[in-house]
Design a protein around this ligand. Structure first.
Ligand code: NAD
Length: 418
């Protein structure tokens, strides 16, 4: 996965004619932490997991990025996702760097008590390298507000009351209103901005969506509320399809009760992977990385892809789709709503002042629409695809900040200073 991120980085670096030295500085993470988590299971045996935190770049502010609990979590994933966070926070221009981490565990096989022990042990082992002014974790795949509350509580045992050490917390314990839905809301704004280009709106499009977790379910709800027709949805249990438009509130109730989309009676069953190639105007992959590769890219029928997930397209798939004329709204732009509201939450924690939900929504909307327009403008004037344009914009911002902090602007090429 890191290879994919680095290839996309390299394209933008080539466009900017960056020196090898500057590329190496910008690509190399500043710290990679791996910890051994040996904890007791409920039956008295021992669990052994590996925990990771990769801190990529802090030139533009404290490092920020989620924690993923998944059997596939490893250093390569953490490094790739940490790098994406550096570029993502720069694209939306919030004052953060990038980091990412997680644990190679399967939470569905752990009791709440086991998950709590693994999480608090992880915090105990990484507490010296995270903190409200250094590195601030947040939820990602299989982690949620409850786990963020445990992290805050455990960290505060060592350093005193520290709500700003982690974001995505429950609203009852220093979380922000609107954080839960923020990534999905950002996906919806990015899609709306894209549709505006040819004078369309959400009521004009049908949408297929892979993944019905935090990102996918909120994106579906918000798009449907504005008249978009969600025709196909999948999660790890399988897929469902209804050309008339799936009743999303009913599906949300069903998933709340059953934990998965399979068996929902308001739609027909469909093999999960066919959702990606379903005949819809828009495809939102919002599950895991590399959902679309050279194996299925040519079969994708959507004309717009909004990357709700991080890295859902590999390089070959991206190129096949762009070549076909598909507009790909890249992850570092499309799913930046979550980290943006995490920034609002952190600001509220530092100021000890709670924002109204309307303010959160209003500021998020402003940031997402502006970021989309900035990237789209750069893509237009420089004849780049949206992903390369987003990387170019981000790299310029990070490189400038890094150089200014070291009195080293003279080493930057003109392309970065412009
Ligand atoms: P989540 O755990 O809440 O949901 C993941 C969903 O994907 C679940 O519905 C799961 O069943 C589904 N899924 C897993 N494998 C699948 C498969 N093979 N086919 C179809 N569906 C599958 O995770 P999330 O927080 O929604 O994150 C999803 C993606 O969005 C990840 O790539 C994550 O890094 C990215 N992301 C999340 C946030 C956030 O705020 N949560 C922010 C930015 C990016």
């Amino acid at each position: 996965m890191l290879e994919t991120t680095n290839k996309f980085f390299t394209r933008a670096a080539d466009h900017l004619e960056l020196s090898d030295k500057l590329r190496a500085i910008l690509q190399t993470p500043s710290r990679v932490v791996r910890v051994e988590l040996v904890t007791e299971s409920d039956d008295g045996n021992l669990h052994h997991h590996l925990g990771y935190r990769v801190q990529h770049n802090a030139a533009r502010g404290p490092m920020k990025g989620g924690l993923r609990y998944h059997p596939s979590m490893d250093e390569d994933h953490a490094a790739s996702l940490a790098s994406l966070m550096t570029w993502k926070t720069a694209v939306v221009d919030i004052p953060y760097g990038g980091a990412k981490g997680g644990i190679n565990c399967d939470p569905s096989k752990l009791s709440e008590a086991e998950l709590y022990r693994i999480t608090t042990r992880f915090v105990e082992l990484i507490k010296d390298v995270i903190g409200p002014t250094t590195d601030i974790p947040a939820p990602d795949v299989n982690t949620n507000a409850r786990i963020m509350a445990w992290i805050m509580d455990e960290y505060s045992k060592f350093y005193g009351f520290s709500p700003g050490v982690v974001t995505g917390k429950p609203v009852e314990v220093f979380g922000s209103l609107g954080r839960d839905e923020a990534t999905g809301r950002g996906v919806m704004y990015a899609l709306e901005e894209c549709l505006k280009t040819d004078s369309r709106g959400l009521p004009d499009v049908s949408v297929a969506l892979q993944g019905f977790g935090n990102v996918g379910s909120h994106a579906a709800r918000l798009i449907a509320e504005r008249g978009g027709r969600i025709v196909a949805v999948s999660d790890s249990s399988g897929g469902i399809v209804n050309e008339e438009g799936i009743d999303i509130p009913a599906l949300l109730d069903y998933v709340k009760e059953h934990g998965e989309v399979e068996g929902f009676t308001g739609a027909d069953a469909l093999p999960g992977e066919q959702v990606l190639t379903h005949d819809a105007d828009v495809l939102i992959p919002a599950a895991l990385e590399e959902a679309i590769t050279e194996a299925n890219a040519a079969d994708v029928r959507a004309k717009i892809i909004v990357e709700g997930a991080n890295g859902p397209l590999n390089v070959a798939a991206h190129d096949i789709l762009v070549e076909k004329g598909v507009t790909v709204i890249p992850d570092i732009l499309a799913n930046a709503g979550g980290v943006t509201v995490s920034y609002f939450e952190w600001s509220q924690n530092i100021q000890q002042y709670r924002w109204e939900e309307e303010r959160v929504v209003e500021e998020l909307e402003k940031i997402m629409r502006r970021a989309y327009q900035n990237v789209a403008h750069l893509a237009r004037v420089s004849d780049l695809d949206l992903r390369t344009a987003a990387f170019v914009l981000a790299i310029k911002r990070v490189a400038k900040a890094a150089a200014l902090r070291k009195s080293a602007s003279r080493f930057l090429p003109k392309s970065v200073l412009s």
